[in-house]
Design a protein around this ligand. Structure first.
Ligand code: GDP
Ligand code: GDP
Length: 455
């Protein structure tokens, strides 16, 4: 069956020749239209990297590099082979054969809304014989009502079916966790390898809070000149700086170093600049001048960072200027005005004297870790179930909306989707959000919770 489209050994050789030998290979197998390509796109996300893209090779663009939780693997979308002259059954058998020969693990995708077909059963037989680990994806489970369809796929005898919606992302995190378990260990990746660059920090704050002083203090003599580093894009406004044993990219440092003249419209341009820096950054270090009363502009900058969905560290600068009296009022101002970022790690520093500057990197790392936290669906729903039982939504107009199910739809920052039987009041949503933080941490990161009402 394999003659027409491919030869598994060829593919394996090509992969090795392309320098991807050591990475484990995952094959995605299933009938046409079950959603294989959609799933592959979902898994590789926007950081799609084509590793096999040579002209003249008919099966180009089928192998991608993917990563999850810091582990890398190759993913082979066998969907492209379906135009095979051999017909559906033969082409699916060919995929399975490839998976058996060249892959380390297989994701078998079944359309849960259709259920297992004879073709599916036949593939299962092939896969079983091969003895390679198989993860069963019950696709097109777009909402809780599809869970039963997924459960019906236990009958295939491949173990637990993972209900997913490749289209919307529902459940794909749990599926990926299972895939990683099925794949052999690959070397852990550093963040730099995953993203192809150092982590990106924006120093923001209103004029004169001490941004350029802090940048100079941080950079010291150790500044790395951007164009000296191989493979980095030249961006004259960003600087690579070594700090705490690793390299960080500080965004828009030119804008920080340049003294901005306080002419008309300066506020407006400062705010544009802040927005642009936030856009490029992963984590915002927001400077506050402790010698001055918290200003509207401080609050606006904090709101911008939160709304941009960035990890946040608050640096209270000019600590050397703080006396007992000012300190008293400062704490009150923080309590009153900065409740919206209570979750942000805080450092009390002096860019002038260098006081506690060594605490900046750990705070940034904490915030980034919170920003990337993912709660497995099972754990999330166990938590939600208990919470809702203990604190049900108030009854309104004779009805009591209930949270049926929740899932974390994304990270950076963590985003949750709750499926509910009716509209949830803002107060109740805030309560849920607060409890999510109490339970799972999320230090240094905004979190987003949206509610979908299910009929
Ligand atoms: P493949 O041919 O097996 O690779 O399947 P595709 O990825 O091309 O998907 C086939 C069709 O199913 C497309 O119209 C997709 O948009 C749709 N599809 C894929 N995944 C889902 C899903 O999770 N839910 C729904 N409702 N549709 C999906
Ligand atoms: P920027 O406009 O945010 O870049 O602020 P600058 O770094 O230019 O600092 C504004 C003023 O505050 C300068 O006179 C700095 O010397 C002073 N400054 C900055 N950081 C500190 C600090 O930690 N302590 C004290 N006492 N002064 C500071």
């Amino acid at each position: 069956a394999a003659e027409e489209g491919f030869d598994p050994e060829d593919v394996a050789d090509d992969l090795a020749a392309a320098g991807h030998g050591p990475l484990p290979v995952l094959a995605v197998v299933g009938r046409p239209n079950v959603g294989k390509s959609t799933l592959v796109n979902r898994i590789i996300g926007r950081r799609e990297a084509v590793v096999e893209d040579r002209p003249g090779v008919t099966r180009d663009r089928v192998t991608y590099e993917a990563h999850w939780n810091g582990r890398r693997f190759k993913i082979v979308d066998t969907g492209g082979w379906e135009q095979d002259v051999l017909g559906i059954d033969a082409s699916v058998a060919a995929q399975a054969e490839f998976a058996i020969e060249a892959a380390d693990a297989v994701v078998f995708v079944v359309d849960a809304t259709v259920g297992a077909t004879d073709t599916d059963e036949a593939v299962v037989k092939l896969l079983r014989r091969a003895g390679k680990p198989v993860v069963l994806a019950a696709n097109k489970v777009d909402g809780p009502s599809g869970e039963a369809d997924a459960a019906a796929l236990w009958n295939l005898g491949l173990g637990e079916p993972f209900p997913v919606s490749s289209l919307h992302g529902r459940g794909t995190g749990d599926l990926l966790d299972a895939i990683l378990e099925a794949l052999p260990e690959a070397p852990e990746m550093t963040y730099e390898q995953v993203t192809g660059g150092p982590r990106r920090i924006a120093l923001i704050g209103r004029p004169n809070v001490g941004k350029s002083s802090m940048l100079n203090k941080i950079a010291g003599e150790d500044r790395v000149v951007v164009n000296e580093m191989a493979g980095t894009t030249r961006d004259p406004v960003d600087e690579l700086i070594e700090l705490g044993g690793r390299t960080w990219k500080f965004i828009d440092t030119a804008g920080i170093r340049r003294r901005v003249h306080l002419t008309e419209g300066a506020d407006y341009y400062a705010s544009l600049r802040t927005a642009a820096a936030l856009e490029k950054a992963e984590v915002a270090v927001i400077l506050i001048d402790v010698a001055e009363t918290l200003a509207e502009q401080d609050m606006r900058i904090i709101t911008m960072a939160v709304e941009a969905g960035r990890a946040v560290v608050i640096a209270y600068n000019k600590w050397d200027l703080l006396d007992e009296e000012r300190r008293y009022y400062l704490e009150r101002e923080i309590e009153r005005d900065l409740v919206q970022v209570q979750w942000a790690p805080r450092v009390n520093v002096s860019a002038r004297t260098g006081r506690h500057m060594e605490k900046l990197v750990p705070a940034i790392e904490t915030a980034l870790a919170g920003w990337e936290t993912r709660v497995p669906t099972g754990r999330l729903n166990a938590f939600l179930g208990e919470l809702v039982a203990a604190h049900p939504h108030p009854i309104r107009g004779g009805k009591q909306p209930r949270i049926l199910f929740g899932t974390q739809a994304g990270t950076k920052p963590p985003r949750f989707v709750l499926f509910a039987s009716g509209f949830l009041e803002a107060g109740y949503r805030r309560f849920i959000e607060r409890r999510l933080r109490e339970e799972f941490g999320f230090e240094g990161t905004p979190i987003q919770v949206s509610v979908r009402v299910r009929e």
